[in-house]
Design a protein around this ligand. Structure first.
Ligand code: ZN
Length: 238
């Protein structure tokens, strides 16, 4: 189904947000992207974004026609106001409150709110994010209820009818690969495998079958397991 609305995709350069971008390009009349510099420990994610956008354009002519400008917003003050393993050089571990110390409190709330402000200016009515409640790391700002509450708050506060779409909310990592397969076939799988970046440690030395990464941080472990399940599932169906 095609919608006439324009969408703004929160695009980090990772597997999830690249799949969300393909999802939006398959659905909406025009699509723009937004990325945030927030003093990430490793700038790798941000550096792969332009290559991915270029490769997405090359994948399908209609995607090329729909894909509008990419907006990079500086939110580096996050490092000044929060203490997290994503912005500081500390070991990734579980904190006392049961959340991993990669958690940046309120990050997705801030990202969505900034995206809403930009969408308002650009006349885009849909915000697309890769938040996922299925195999997430317990981040409370990835929850469906959080996003639904935020949608209400944003629309009340800005007098708009914005829609927050989270196509990955109820699927696991293997199903995220499957979704990419359905949206863009083997070419999109290959693009996501080789070009996107998920690893918390910023490791891009070795290309594994599931992509680049250290292979042992929580993000790599999740991505590798999902890819193994996806390829096994594809074999079983043959
Ligand atoms: Zn890793």
């Amino acid at each position: 189904m095609q919608f006439s609305d324009g969408a703004l995709v929160l695009f980090s350069g990772g597997q999830d947000s690249t799949t969300c971008l393909a999802w939006a390009l398959s659905r909406y009349a025009k699509v723009e992207t937004i990325g945030f510099n927030y003093g990430q420990r490793h700038a790798v994610e941000m550096s792969v974004r332009p290559q991915i956008l270029q490769a997405m354009r090359a994948l399908k002519p209609e995607w090329d026609g729909k894909l509008g400008p990419d907006h990079v917003i500086d939110l580096s003050f996050i490092g000044d106001i929060s203490d997290t393993a994503l912005t500081q050089h500390v070991e990734i571990a579980m904190a006392e409150n049961g959340l991993p110390n990669t958690f940046v409190p309120g990050r997705n709330l801030l990202f969505m709110t900034v995206a809403a402000t930009l969408a308002y200016r650009r006349g885009l009515t849909v915000l697309v994010g890769g938040m996922c409640e299925t195999d997430f790391s317990g981040y409370p700002d990835c929850r469906d209820d959080t996003m639904k509450a935020l949608q209400v708050a944003l629309n009340l506060g800005m007098a708009t009818r914005l829609k927050l779409e989270t196509p990955l909310m109820w699927i696991d990592k293997s199903q995220t690969w499957q979704l990419a397969q359905e949206l863009g076939g083997g070419a999109l799988i290959e693009l996501i495998r080789a070009a996107t970046h998920t690893c918390y440690l910023g490791e891009r030395g070795t290309l594994h079958d599931w992509g680049y990464g250290c292979g042992s941080c929580p993000a790599c472990a999740l991505r590798a397991r999902g890819y193994a399940e996806f390829t096994q599932f594809a074999k079983d169906r043959k």
